[in-house]
Design a protein. Structure first.
Length: 874
RNA sequence: GGGCGCUUAGCUCAGUUGGUUAGAGCGUCUGGUUUACACCCAGAAGGUCAUAAGUUCGACUCUUAUAGCGCCCACCA
């Protein structure tokens, strides 16, 4: 450790290899130990790691290292997700750059391309997870398309099918015309779009006049099969049961009555298009209306739209329909209108409601002891089986779950788990099985598998248990499941967390995890979202690791960020934590220079049997308090607070005070002991630097498997702790006096201290005070003789005098002391007011009142001394 | 239309059961080569904790309203 500064780049990769080789990442099933499990949220196999992954990895690694050191069998299971739509889109884009598309290639060849691509990005991701220092168990790495996981997916599908939860139906679904696939409700993103309201005349058949109707999607009129009005609407009452003529098309459509129609809204009359609007679809079913679909899968109009429109893109058709309506005098007016339109969450294409034959999961059917999937999913949060951090997300979760409709799980993309359903070409039998059947019960071998794949969230929903070997391996599952913590961004609460709860409570009859820890989004310094489309806003974690080290990046992500809240990240912040890492390095260098080889293996007993000074007892007491604090905070997942506490202790107390004091008189056992414990406490946060330093202390074991310290009664010296605080205050007061009065900082001056009841203590620490306050001479006595013409201060009943006549301006000093008196006086009045308040004395707890009384006594005494001193300034 | 969050020093943020003279880092200012560290050390300036009312002996902390910013959910033609 010769270098003056720590170079993260030189050691991080090596340290990681050491850990990996040691087997520390791979816990065993050990009945003597408790298990602690985290399933790593699988990064999409579509590319590279970003800061969202970094914060996830940092938080989870802290949790896992902490528990591992506490003696748990701590499993952190890594893996990747095939991310069906996202991955397929990505590869399609790559193909497009070469001027190809998937239909040209065909299913087989296209899938080969995707596989290649995935293998590539998986390798990148693995490497990048390692760069963060993640202590996950690579021997148990999983991928959603592994054989084992695929078997789990098929098994669950069959089970749900047999329970009547999975059904196939012709329904109106969300359709992405670019992906040419369905989307689940929550995969649709609503965005406000500036559109228009088109007011259209619908002429009546048997009488003069027309009904005026407003719509934002005029092209859908081509598929209208009715007009609906409210039964109590006076304007339209007489028209109910009559017929209107559909403009441009000429079709006769009935005017029906339904209470669904809002009289106030628009014109109060509603065009009904069962095939292209969810509400109209319901109306259509209710009133037995004809359903006409005018769209094809890629969003162009089909022949049902009529010759004039067939083949047009939906937006072209909108323009043309509007123009034609206007030309034929059916268009009354067009007004601007902001409205919310659904978009595909993967490719941002506008969604169309579209009728098609799809597979669904029934979320309302009672199957778990009379409860439906959604009821059970709500219950496990309500009864506290699963805790969400922060808890305010409970409400969001309930709201989502309660409004959940049947989940559409089939997708028309190619990349993913093929739906395990085969159709007999001869008898129309539907065969559902985990493995490909070779013949139908009618004897026919002409079987055709369903063309669709499963929603990617179907397999992700099984992640906590499919990765542990279900349905085959029961041992690991029983030991490690339910997992302990699920840690992820709040943005996938619905997509993933909710799906895991739903799928796991159904399949296993138990919860997938006990605690959900939701971290926030990482934003830029000015609060913007970092987005790939704006590369200048993005910070690349790998660049930062290269520049400042993984430890610094980890701290910058974790300290000052709390669950559920977004946090801003910028380079200066990371640089600041790099400085802290360097501080660790240098304090360790100092300690190593000062201790003997024998101190490396120091034990608590060694420390207690050594000659402990007050300062030793002070730092040991503080260490013990910090051990308790950090342990408590990590225990309740207050990572930021835990990190802050050990950071402050390391830098602000151990380095700034204890090491400085040790330059006067040192106890090498305590130096070694405290450093080692700090390294242990810091290790979950900054694993690399702490392991490097640990290695320089010639330890038998790697730090990663060192035992986490416990609170020690023997290390609690409260009297000495208070005493050293007095010494520190005296030193700070002298420094402050010098600095405020512009005394040359390098000049060794003289000081006189009247120690009062602290005299013995201050006499013992006289060398320390001299050194830390840069004094040439120091006189400590118990008598309180007044010093003429000195700088003076009183702290904790100790009088401090710096005789500097001739050097300083005594008028200034007089003013300064005057201000001091004023401040104390104000404080005194404040406290006295409190103590004379009858309510306070009657109702406040005893300790609080005592504390106030002590403070009052201290202030009175200090005030008296300052006032006397003021008299001695001439 | 429903739900939620944020507002604390110039900047970025802590402050978890109400008891402080409200903290940290960065930045600023003043000074410093001392058994490690200038990626350092010492000292200082800087806040009526968004506003208003309420509960309480006591409010940054609890309640209610207001304002500004932001997020999520929603099939209003």
């Amino acid at each position: 450790m010769d270098a003056k500064s720590y170079n993260a780049k030189d050691s991080e990769d090596q340290i990681y290899k050491k850990w990996e080789k040691s087997g520390a990442f791979s816990p065993k099933v050990d009945p003597k130990k408790k298990s602690f499990t985290i399933s790593m949220p699988p990064p999409n196999a579509t590319g590279t790691l970003h800061l969202g992954h970094s914060i996830m990895l940092a938080i989870e690694d802290i949790m896992i290292r902490f528990k591992r050191m506490q003696g748990y069998s701590a499993l952190w299971l890594p893996g990747t997700d095939h991310a069906a739509i996202a991955t397929q889109n990505k590869v399609e884009k790559l193909l497009a750059e070469k001027g190809q598309d998937r239909h040209e290639l065909g299913r087989e060849k296209f899938l080969e391309e995707v596989k290649k691509f995935v293998a590539n990005s998986q390798a990148t991701i693995r490497n990048q997870i390692r760069k963060m220092g993640s202590s996950c168990d690579w021997s148990r790495e999983r991928y959603t398309l592994d054989d084992g996981l695929t078997k789990a997916v098929m098994t669950v599908f069959v089970k749900m099918y047999e329970d009547g939860l999975i059904y196939r139906g012709n329904r109106l679904v969300n359709w992405c015309p670019r992906c040419e696939s369905t989307l689940a409700d929550d995969e649709v993103e609503h965005k406000d779009i500036q559109g228009h309201f088109y007011h259209i005349k619908y002429p009546l058949k048997d009488e003069k006049g027309y009904i005026e109707i407003a719509t934002t999607r005029p092209e859908t009129m081509l598929a209208d099969t009715a007009i609906a009005v409210h039964p109590k609407d006076k304007r339209y009452k007489k028209l109910i049961g009559k017929t209107a003529i559909l403009p441009l098309v000429g079709r006769e459509i009935p005017i029906i009555a339904d209470e669904y129609v809002d009289i106030e809204l628009g014109t109060g009359a509603l065009k009904v298009t069962p095939a292209h609007d969810p509400n109209d679809f319901e109306l259509g079913k209710k009133h037995d209306l004809q359903t006409i679909n005018i769209l094809t899968e890629n969003g162009t109009l089909n022949k049902e739209a009529g010759k004039n429109y067939e083949g047009l893109d939906r937006f072209e058709a909108r323009k043309k329909v509007a123009a034609d309506l206007e030309e034929q005098d059916f268009l009354i007016k067009t007004e601007d209108h902001m409205h919310s339109v659904g978009h595909c969450y993967r490719c941002s294409t506008q969604i169309e409601p579209f009728i098609s034959l799809q597979w669904f999961i029934d979320v309302n059917k009672p199957v778990i002891n009379g409860k439906s999937l959604k009821e059970r999913s709500i219950e496990v949060i309500k009864d506290g089986s699963i805790k969400i951090l922060p808890s305010r997300f409970n409400k969001t979760y309930y709201n989502w779950m309660e409004n959940l409709h049947d989940w559409c799980i089939s997708r028309q993309i190619w990349w993913g788990h093929r739906i395990p359903v085969w159709y007999c070409q001869e008898c129309d039998e539907e065969i559902v099985a985990t493995e490909s059947p070779n013949k139908c019960k009618c004897g026919s071998k002409k079987l055709k598998q369903d063309q669709d794949t499963l929603d990617t969230w179907f397999s992700s929903g099984l992640w906590t248990f499919s990765t542990l070997g279900w349905p085959d391996n029961k041992e690991e599952l029983e030991y490690f499941h339910p997992t302990s913590v699920m840690e992820t961004g709040y943005d996938i609460l619905f997509f993933w967390i909710a799906r895991m709860i739903l799928m796991t409570t159904y399949t296993l009859g138990e919860i997938p995890f006990e605690t959900v820890y939701l971290h926030g989004l990482i934003r830029t310094k000015s609060g913007e979202k970092m987005s790939k489309s704006k590369p200048e806003t993005c910070i690349d974690p790998l660049d930062m690791i290269e520049k400042y080290g993984a430890d610094a990046l980890r701290l910058s992500l974790v300290i000052g960020s709390t669950p559920g809240n977004d946090t801003r990240l910028y380079e200066e912040k990371i640089a600041g934590y790099r400085n802290f890492i360097n501080k660790i390095w240098n304090s360790a260098r100092y300690v190593l220079m000062n201790i003997e080889e024998g101190d490396y293996s120091v034990t608590l007993e060694d420390v207690l049997s050594s000659d402990l000074s007050r300062t030793d007892k002070w730092i040991l007491t503080r260490l013990d308090e910090v051990v308790a604090g950090v342990t408590k905070n990590l225990g309740k997942h207050s990572i930021s607070e835990a990190g802050n506490e050990i950071y402050e202790f390391m830098w602000g107390e151990f380095c700034d005070w204890y090491l400085e004091m040790s330059k006067v008189k040192k106890n090498t056992k305590v130096l070694s002991y405290v450093l080692k414990n700090i390294l242990i406490l810091l290790h979950p946060f900054v694993p690399f630097i702490t392991e490097v330093v640990w290695g320089n202390l010639n330890q038998k074991n790697l730090l990663i498997v060192e035992t986490w310290p416990k609170k020690q009664k023997e290390l609690h010296f409260s009297r000495e702790k208070e005493e050293v605080e007095v010494v520190k205050s005296v030193i700070t007061a002298i420094r402050s006096l010098r600095s405020e009065s512009n005394v040359d900082a390098s000049k060794k001056i003289q000081a006189v201290i009247h120690g009062g009841r602290h005299t013995e203590l201050l006499l013992e620490k006289i060398e320390i005070i001299k050194r830390l306050a840069n004094l040439g001479e120091l006189e400590v006595s118990s008598n309180d003789k007044k010093m003429k013409n000195s700088l003076s201060a009183v702290v904790k009943e100790v009088g401090i005098y710096l005789p500097l006549e001739g050097i300083i301006d005594m008028n200034e000093e007089k003013k300064r002391l005057g201000r001091e008196v004023e401040n104390l006086q104000k404080l005194l009045t404040h406290i006295e007011k409190k103590l004379s308040n009858k309510g306070f004395v009657a109702k406040a707890p005893k300790e609080i009142i005592e504390k106030e009384e002590d403070r009052k006594a201290g202030i009175l005494s200090d005030l008296k001394k300052i006032k006397e001193q003021l008299k001695h300034i001439s």
